[in-house]
Design a binder for this molecule. Structure first.
Ligand code: DOR
Ligand code: ZN
Length: 351
């Protein structure tokens, strides 16, 4: 495998699955994404959740201000360098009228959280049959259905696999709806995307690409590697790696970077979520350098997601240089993915 030169430029990437939270966490985390990514699909599982156009509009403004706030103080990344793509949370009985208003406000995706499947999903959906009106509206309006594909009452390692029958019912009833199976984590999830129709895609995170259950539980327990769906076996990871390296345009990058203060991660009943935004892109560069190519990397991070969402490709580029650095132990009170580890690439310029 040919390695990259010591400086590489690629089309600016998009992160098609990102949790930014609100308030102080948002101010700390949003600039970490804006540093690397041109756009990001912002998840709606805030408190309160993004379920109507008013909240979507004010949350987008809060995000833009958070990026700008830090940029004003300590970086030279201009505000217009980062565009939040907004999603809303589907809820039982949601009406077409609400979906139309959300679409007008700029929503590009609706997120389906099965009830109780992950952080802040107690108000989620028990069955797609509770959201038929919203799904029809989304199909008509060209809004993407993003699914957290886990069946919450199954055994933890089988939850994705056991959700797939529900996914295929949705596909059957809404053949024109574009659907993303978010953060694929298992052989079965990967195969469902590969064998499903063209309007079914899948996002892949950096943590499902790099780690397994061993990194969560194999030594001392590491709560910073705990997420939903949980990282699984080496076989599952291999299927995910092969999918990312296959050049199949159904698979694209979505970090699922999901920050939680350390105190909420290290406790009984600690929260699921890995804060990977500061390191995701340089880790992807290393992964594709070792196992793939620059072209495969660029398609995975900067083309296939945009194409699936019918968005123009970014016209700007990012340049990285081969330069070792240590991942900070903390960003405020949030411990990032790979804290303390050495990463091989750093940002050089972004324009
Ligand atoms: O690990 C996760 N954290 N998975 C999710 O689906 C949600 C996320 C969060 O919001 O913390
Ligand atoms: Zn998520």
């Amino acid at each position: 495998m040919k390695s990259f030169s010591d400086k590489i430029s690629i089309r600016k990437p998009d992160d098609m699955h990102l949790h930014l939270r609100q308030g102080e966490i948002l101010k700390v985390c949003a600039p970490e994404s804006a540093k690397w990514f041109q756009r990001a699909m912002i998840m709606p599982n805030t408190i309160p959740p993004i379920i109507n156009s008013e909240r979507l509009i004010s949350y987008r403004k809060e995000i833009e201000e958070a990026v700008f706030y830090r940029n004003n103080r300590e970086s030279n990344i201009p505000k217009e360098n980062f565009t939040p793509l907004m999603s809303f949370k589907l809820y039982p009985g949601m009406k077409e009228e609400e979906v139309i208003k959300l679409s007008k406000a700029g929503a590009v995706a609706g997120k389906l959280y099965p009830e109780g499947s992950t952080t802040n999903s107690e108000d989620g959906v028990k069955s797609w049959k509770q959201i038929t009106e919203a799904l029809s509206a989304m199909s008509k309006l060209g809004i993407i259905l993003a699914i957290h594909g886990e069946k919450p009452d199954s055994f933890v390692l089988d939850r994705e696999k056991d959700y797939l029958p529900e996914l295929f019912q949705i596909i059957e009833h809404y053949p024109d709806l574009k659907i993303v199976l978010e953060h694929v984590s298992s052989v079965e999830g990967v195969n469902a995307v590969i064998n499903g129709p063209v309007n079914l895609g899948g996002t892949i995170t950096i943590h499902h690409l790099l780690i397994t259950l061993d990194d969560l539980l194999g030594g001392g327990i590491n709560p910073h590697n705990f997420c939903k769906p949980v990282v699984k076996t080496p076989k599952d990871r291999e299927a995910i790696q092969n999918a990312a390296l296959s050049g199949n345009r159904k698979f694209f990058f979505g970090s699922d970077s999901a920050p939680h203060p350390e105190s909420l991660k290290i406790k009984t009943g600690g929260n699921a979520g890995i804060f990977s935004a500061p390191v995701a892109f340089p880790l992807l560069v290393s992964f594709f350098e070792k196992n793939g190519s620059k072209e495969l990397l660029e398609n995975f991070t900067s083309r296939y997601g945009a194409e699936f969402y019918n968005l123009p490709l970014n016209s700007s580029s990012i340049t990285l240089e081969r330069k070792e650095s240590k991942v900070p132990e903390r960003f405020s009170d949030i411990v990032p993915f790979m804290a303390g580890a050495t990463i091989e690439w750093d940002i050089s310029t972004s324009e």
